[in-house]
Design a protein. Structure first.
Length: 308
């Protein structure tokens, strides 16, 4: 049976993704006269996009990745991302979106699987797995319109199988992964909401009802980094997004990120990235050479969509 084909998104970034359904699946096909355009940012959605045909370039935060047939991308809430429409040819595939609230509502199985994929941004789907993956996406798409408690159970089961398949395809067996600890997820969730205002790790530890020492242990087990390092990375990522995708002054950015003085922000940014915010913007414009071995950031502009 041929899966239903969704109308592809045009230049309107919110025509599909503002729908209230907690789980959505679309199939997109090159037969349409419209190109697929992903939204620039969604603060509460996990998005999984599998390109079954075609090629193009996808920018996720500050990194652009060229892709071909059977590349699958896992995009997390709050991430800035977009297709470069000048480099897209013949795209077909599937796009699955899951609201964060749905993951928490349906217990630890789904959130645990998402946690195990937290270091994975893209996968290559092998030929032997293609048919099984396509069937799972199709079954989800056909089951979602059914409004009943039984349908919710089925959707949850399909999502569990699908995320388990992604986990198996990612590097390394699941037995070697850090155990899922919900307190680590809770810490990350609070960081994403409070990193501008709260810079003290002890305050975060208190919010998840553990000591700073316990929080550091949980973070190191999950990522190999301390809680303070994860907080610094989150602040640095947001700073780089603002420097890259907006024209705001360094002074304005420093105050928005909770630094009392711009000089504190400049010192922090240099400590993390070994260049000042001004040097980073020069690098983006091609006026400053990158340090040896450092990646040159992509140049896709999303300034007018950053705050969406």
């Amino acid at each position: 049976m041929q899966p239903p084909i969704a109308t592809l998104l045009s230049g309107n970034y919110s025509s599909y993704w503002d729908q209230p359904d907690p789980v959505q699946v679309i199939r997109f096909a090159s037969a349409s006269s419209r190109r697929l355009v992903l939204p620039a940012r969604q603060n509460d959605l996990f998005m999984i996009t599998w390109f079954t045909k075609g090629s193009g370039q996808l920018t996720i935060d500050l990194s652009s990745t060229a892709f071909e047939k059977d590349h699958l991308f896992i995009i997390r809430p709050g991430t800035i991302f977009a297709l470069d429409t000048q480099k897209v040819t013949g795209l077909e595939g599937w796009c699955l979106s899951i609201k964060e609230s749905y993951l928490h509502e349906y217990g630890s199985n789904l959130s645990g699987l998402i946690f195990e994929l937290h270091t994975i941004s893209n996968l290559k789907i092998p030929e032997a797995t293609r048919q099984k993956m396509a069937q799972l996406f199709y079954f989800l798409q056909t089951e979602l319109p059914v409004r009943s408690p039984e349908a919710d159970v089925v959707v949850n089961a399909y999502l569990t199988i699908l995320l388990s398949e992604f986990r198996k395809l990612s590097d390394g067996p699941s037995a070697h992964r850090a155990l899922h600890d919900p307190r680590y997820e809770e810490f990350l969730d609070i960081i994403n909401k409070e990193f501008r205002e709260i810079k003290d790790i002890g305050a975060y530890a208190a919010r998840v009802h553990i000591s700073s020492k316990q929080l550091n242990r949980i973070c190191k087990e999950a990522t190999g980094r301390t809680a303070a390092q994860l907080l610094d990375e989150r602040v640095h990522l947001e700073a780089s997004r603002l420097l890259h995708y907006t024209t705001r002054s360094i002074k304005d950015i420093s105050y928005e990120l909770g630094f009392g003085q711009p000089s504190y922000f400049i010192k922090f940014y240099r400590r993390i990235s070994h260049r000042t915010p001004h040097q980073y913007r020069q690098l983006l414009s091609g006026k400053h050479p990158a340090p040896h071995g450092a990646p040159v950031p992509g140049r896709l502009s999303l300034a007018n969509l950053y705050d969406n």
